[in-house]
Design a binder for this molecule. Structure first.
Ligand code: SAH
Length: 339
């Protein structure tokens, strides 16, 4: 089978064929995949690209993930947390700019207990009833997720990071378990959230086999959202000297995931935009349909440093760049399409 034939029958491709495609594709194969991914996105979403206001609420974290600059052992990390008023001001700003999804992301910061978070989520829900509230605050208990859902949250992003058990162990200290993460994802879905998972491309120790495990996992779990970005090293972590992940392979995987999960919300991630100047645009051309401009207050943007060289761009010029690709800015919340 040629790679072009493989791309045409991707949906039912057995693992070994998918491996061949990942290992042997040419630039022409990638272009053919991206064209197919764009057609499939068009069928599901038309030409709409959805923007999400990314609000980084805390750089404190109790975890020690080896790849992340916010890990608790990084004594050089600059820590901050936003107040309720600051968070509401970010939403206000985002709403005025036309954004209808607010993403509250942060390290696993125990200060943001259920009481404080439910108060904030409830206030956003009350003031902007037409908006979606997405949380990305790591692993919490089922009761916590349920309380936040009841307070008005709709979506939750929790990347699985890698679907392979031994790879997970290589990226995280022993207190963290893949099984715990998967349990969170199942709880979130059962509670009623639209759920996002995802992984880094080129994280230390990643093999093609592990990527196939990730794709198998996505095909089985069918998340509403999938976040995929290249691994980028942070100088004050154990992975400081590891090479960055390939943006080209990231784009290829975005295209594959669009074909495998036609109705998924797929961001052209900040990491992709950080690893190549036009990464976000190229992500859209590979099949992504979401961009998350940074709406955090200017004085904290440099402090949410999960990797070096992070792109902190907000809305400046973004709509024009999307429209220049022949795409348009989606209005409304932009929920996932069920296909
Ligand atoms: N604490 C939250 C949010 C973490 S930041 C949570 O655990 O979900 C969101 C994502 O950034 C992580 O899930 C991880 O996949 C990614 N990330 C962290 N460090 C990174 C690095 N060095 N390079 C690229 N992506 C990274």
């Amino acid at each position: 089978m040629t790679n072009l034939q493989r791309i045409d029958s991707l949906e039912s491709l057995p693992r070994d064929e998918l491996r061949v495609l990942l290992e042997t594709h040419t630039q022409d194969d990638a272009e053919a995949l991206f064209a197919r991914a764009r057609t499939i996105r068009e069928r599901a979403y038309g030409s709409a690209i959805y923007l999400r206001a990314l609000i980084e609420i805390s750089s404190y974290c109790k975890n020690d993930c080896y790849y992340c600059g916010l890990r608790k052992s990084n004594g050089k990390a600059q820590r901050y947390r936003l107040s309720k008023d600051e968070i509401l001001a970010c939403c206000e700003e985002g709403y005025a700019q036309g954004l209808r999804t607010f993403v509250l992301q942060g390290g696993e910061d125990p200060w943001f207990n259920d009481e404080r978070l439910c108060d904030i989520v409830g206030a956003i829900r009350k003031r902007w009833p037409d908006c979606a509230i997405t949380l990305s605050l790591g692993e919490r208990g089922r009761e916590s997720y349920a309380a936040l859902f009841a307070a008005g949250a709709n979506r939750y992003l929790l990347r699985h990071e890698t679907a392979n058990e031994s790879h997970y162990k290589l990226l995280h200290p022993s207190e963290m378990q893949l099984s715990a993460r998967l349990l969170c994802l199942r709880d979130l879905r059962e509670i009623g959230y639209q759920v996002g998972c995802g992984f880094m491309v080129g994280s230390p120790g990643q093999s093609v086999d592990y990527l196939l495990d990730d794709l198998d996992f996505l095909r089985a779990f069918r998340p509403e959202m999938v976040g995929i970005g290249p691994f980028l090293p942070h100088g004050d972590t154990p992975f400081a000297n590891e090479p960055p992940g390939s943006p080209e392979l990231t784009l290829f995987l975005l295209g594959l995931v669009r074909v495998l999960l036609p109705g998924a919300l797929l961001p052209a991630t900040t990491a992709l935009g950080s690893s190549m100047q036009d990464g976000r645009e190229r992500g859209l051309l590979a099949g992504a349909n979401v961009i998350m401009p940074n709406l955090s207050p200017a004085h904290v943007r440099g402090k949410y440093a999960i990797y070096d060289g992070k792109d902190t761009r907000g809305m400046e010029g973004l709509c024009g760049r999307i429209e220049a690709l022949g795409l348009e800015i989606g209005t409304g919340r932009g929920d996932a399409v069920r296909l």
